[in-house]
Design a binder for this molecule. Structure first.
Ligand SMILES: NC(=O)c1ccc[n+]([C@@H]2O[C@H](COP(=O)([O-])OP(=O)(O)OC[C@H]3O[C@@H](n4cnc5c(N)ncnc54)[C@H](OP(=O)(O)O)[C@@H]3O)[C@@H](O)[C@H]2O)c1
Length: 287
């Protein structure tokens, strides 16, 4: 990342703060070259005190001075922001959107700007352990691409996809993914409490088991079925537990859940990208 790169966040909420934190932690860009824009003075003060970045309540002022403009507002706010920013983003600037469900075509048309990266991070990005899937318009040049990649990589791992439709698929798998994992963890914790563990101990057991299993799966490079077979002794506890999970159609349910999330992502994208008036925007959350 060139030393003088200036970064503006349009929308200084949870995700913007997560990005600012990891960018500063990894010393990608110094705090005095980052500006966070948002409507609330109180929030601006908080970010200034916490990170030493510049802040403003004027989106246009923030965008005018930046080399990279990050769009980090809620989807329903985006149409108004695009109209507001029209004409103040120089052609050489990279626009990086993390706004769920809004296509690059919608953003390009709204801003009248061509160089756009669209990314779908997930909540573990907040601690630098995220999974971000991203794509870019052909106008994003060879200097801008690695810059976008470096910013996204600061949040954890990133995967570039050539086709934008893969972002809807990623929304269902990695974007919404933490909710599936959290629900399973919650169920495991409740079951452990049912057995007689205190909630504190149950949580510790489940969190470390999930974390350890994920790290083990990543490091061992073995097929997951092989790892599962390693702990499934003939006539043992795992075999009985797996029998119940299969009987309850866990795989089918997960597959149906991910398919449903994908269909919903497509539907919300179609609805929101076909609506141009900010007043008629449909509510669209990140997952
Ligand atoms: N959270 C996630 O894990 C996640 C994952 C993937 C993608 N995303 C996407 O990231 C985006 C931001 O999500 P978030 O969770 O960070 O939301 P958030 O915490 O609500 O942040 C949005 C920020 O935008 C500010 N804002 C409102 N109107 C504005 C305007 N006209 N101009 C500039 N700023 C304005 C809000 O200020 P006030 O608080 O004062 O209203 C708030 O600080 C969303 O589009 C979401 O789809 C989030």
């Amino acid at each position: 990342m060139p030393n003088e790169t200036k970064l503006a966040f349009i929308g200084s909420g949870i995700m913007a703060e997560a990005m600012i934190k990891v960018i500063l932690d990894k010393a990608l860009i110094p705090p005095n070259q980052i500006v966070g824009s948002g409507p609330r003075q109180e929030r601006s003060r908080e970010l200034r005190d916490r990170y030493g970045i510049a802040t403003t309540t004027d989106n246009r002022e923030a965008a005018r001075a930046a080399d990279i403009v990050v769009l980090s507002v809620k989807p329903q706010v985006l149409p108004a922001v695009l109209i507001e920013l029209q004409g103040c983003i120089q052609p050489k600037v990279l626009v990086l959107s993390i706004v769920a469900g809004r296509t690059m075509a919608t953003i390009a048309a709204g801003l009248k700007h061509a160089a756009i990266v669209r990314a779908m991070p997930n909540t573990p990005a907040q601690i630098g352990e995220g999974m971000t899937v991203w794509t870019a318009t052909p106008e994003v040049n060879q200097q801008q691409r690695p810059q976008a990649q470096a910013i996204l990589r600061a949040m954890g791992q990133e995967v570039y996809v050539a086709e934008e439709r893969a972002l809807d698929m990623a929304t269902a798998v990695s974007g919404t993914g933490p909710t599936y994992v959290f629900l399973m963890m919650e169920a495991m914790i409740d079951a452990a409490v049912h057995l007689g563990f205190s909630r504190r101990v149950a949580m510790a057991l489940v969190i470390q088991t999930v974390l350890g299993s994920a790290l083990f799966a990543r490091q061992s490079k073995k097929h997951l079925a092989e790892l599962r077979n390693m702990v499934t002794s003939p006539g043992g506890t795992s075999a009985d537990a797996i029998y119940q999970l299969e009987k309850g159609s866990l795989r089918t349910i997960l597959s149906k859940a991910i398919w449903a999330a994908y269909q919903k992502s497509l539907l919300l994208g179609e609805q929101s990208n076909s609506i141009s008036s900010p007043e008629r925007e449909l509510p669209l959350d990140e997952s």
